[in-house]
Design a protein around this ligand. Structure first.
Ligand code: RFL
Ligand code: PHB
Length: 390
């Protein structure tokens, strides 16, 4: 079997890359370990930047997004007992965010690829990549009991943080940067009406909390917890009490309801450099992860493949390799800016056990700076709403 671009992983990065290349007439095969049903049911990100939304609309993926997505023109930072609104739209000259769950994006992408006759191999086992340093790389995998060899011009490693592609780059040819935070997020989904019209990021002496949403009847909430916490060990009442204590404010009532999903999400910052080795190109979480505080992981994955698709299209249409050669350095510039932003949001809003009173006061001063000055608020708003894709 042969294709031009073999893609490992059917997450946002792999599927969007396949979609963008298809629109330019370039064939791909996507090899994915999990089932379609599992992918379409996994709860992860929820916030789309303006650039991600614009790209989805421009490429024919806007219908359900425009129907179900919730446009948010600002968000709230809450600390020292008071809320402060960050007016994204006013501070960025019109950019906003859209709350639309990652698995809904994946449903849209999978439906579009299948409607166009795309080749998606779900439930592939034992995926390996070979020959990335030569001209004829291959992806080997087992699918429906059959050993399959996929010959490719290029391989896109879009297989997430725990995938196999990154480790195909010889250790001597890559550098990995990792920071693990001394806390995690406890995330829930609950059947409840929204407590707030906009997201609330709360910094509280007991720790960080985030009030997000999914729809008029389903809410997404998070609070900082120990990285060793187990989701099952927290009873529902204790969860609501913990959340309520951290997000309380004048005139604010947290709306509660049946909790139907609980998970503990580790917090890490990770970058692998370079993002290309020979004919292997890494994109998305396979190359980098950010703590979720800045809501950037999915958006960064989309930005990577937007760049990679442009470079591959230029190669196939015009025979130019400039974009492919520049891919890693160009992508990494955005990656490191996003790493900085995600680390900054995380360190500004979380409780650090070892921090003393000086550090706590410094955190409050920083929050005062970003809510109390136009320059500070704009820096936060521009990065949160997202840098343009081009
Ligand atoms: P994914 O989504 O992990 O997809 C990788 C795919 O590769 C498959 N795979 C393999 N397939 C074949 N063979 C193998 N050997 C394979 N190994 C793995 C996997 O099954 C999977 O289907 O990576 P991708 O495409 O790079 O996308 C990255 C995003 O998923 C991730 O960055 C975001 O979810 C992060 N994130 C958020 N990002 C945002 O932009 N906004 C948010 O609001 C946001 N909130 C979040 C988040 C992540 C969270 N969790 C659970 C980590 C909230 C949470 C709670
Ligand atoms: C979410 O709704 O899942 C969400 C929102 C904002 C974040 C992270 C996750 O920063």
């Amino acid at each position: 079997m042969r294709t031009r671009v073999g893609i490992v992983g059917a997450g946002p990065a792999g599927l969007m890359l396949s979609h963008l290349l298809h629109l330019a007439g370039i064939d791909t095969v996507v090899v994915e370990r999990r089932s379609r049903a599992a992918i379409e049911a996994t709860i992860r990100a929820g916030v789309l930047e303006q650039g991600t939304v614009d790209l989805m609309r421009r490429t024919g993926l806007g219908a359900r997004l425009d129907h179900l997505g919730l446009v948010h023109r600002g968000f709230e930072l809450r600390f020292a007992g008071a809320g402060h609104r960050i007016d994204l739209e006013a501070l960025t000259g019109g950019r906003v965010i859209t709350v639309y769950a990652q698995h809904e994006v994946l449903k849209d992408l999978i439906a579009a690829r299948l409607a166009a006759g795309g080749d998606l191999r779900f439930e592939a086992e034992d995926t390996r990549i070979e020959g990335i340093e030569g001209d004829a790389p291959v992806i080997r995998f087992r699918h429906q009991g059959q050993e399959t060899v996929l010959d490719c011009d290029f391989i896109a490693g879009c297989d997430g943080f725990h995938g196999v592609c990154r480790s195909a780059i010889p250790e001597a040819s890559r550098t990995e940067h990792l920071r693990i935070y001394p806390f995690a997020w406890f995330g829930i989904l609950a059947e409840a009406p929204p407590s707030s019209e906009e997201l609330i990021y709360a910094s509280h002496p007991r720790g960080f909390a985030l009030v997000s949403t999914r729809s008029a009847t389903v809410q997404r909430l998070y609070f900082q917890c120990s990285p060793h916490e187990r989701a099952e060990s927290f009873g529902d009442q204790r969860i609501w009490d913990e959340l309520a204590s951290r997000v309380s404010g004048p005139g604010f009532t947290l709306r509660t309801g049946r909790i139907f999903q609980k998970s503990v999400i580790p917090m890490r910052s990770f970058v692998c450099e370079p993002m290309r080795h020979g004919r292997l190109f890494l994109a998305g979480d396979a190359a980098h992860t950010v703590p979720p505080t800045g809501a950037k992981g999915l958006n960064l994955a989309i930005a990577d493949v937007y760049l990679l698709a442009r470079a591959l299209i230029d190669y196939y249409e015009n025979g130019r390799t400039f974009g492919l050669d520049a891919y890693s350095a160009t992508a990494l510039r955005r990656v490191w800016r996003t790493q900085h932003f995600s680390w900054w949001m995380t360190s500004m809003l979380h409780r650090f056990e070892e921090a003393g009173e000086f550090d706590r006061r410094r955190q409050l001063a920083e929050l005062d700076l970003v809510t109390g000055t136009v320059a500070g608020a704009r820096l936060l708003a521009e990065n949160y709403a997202g840098l343009p894709l081009d």
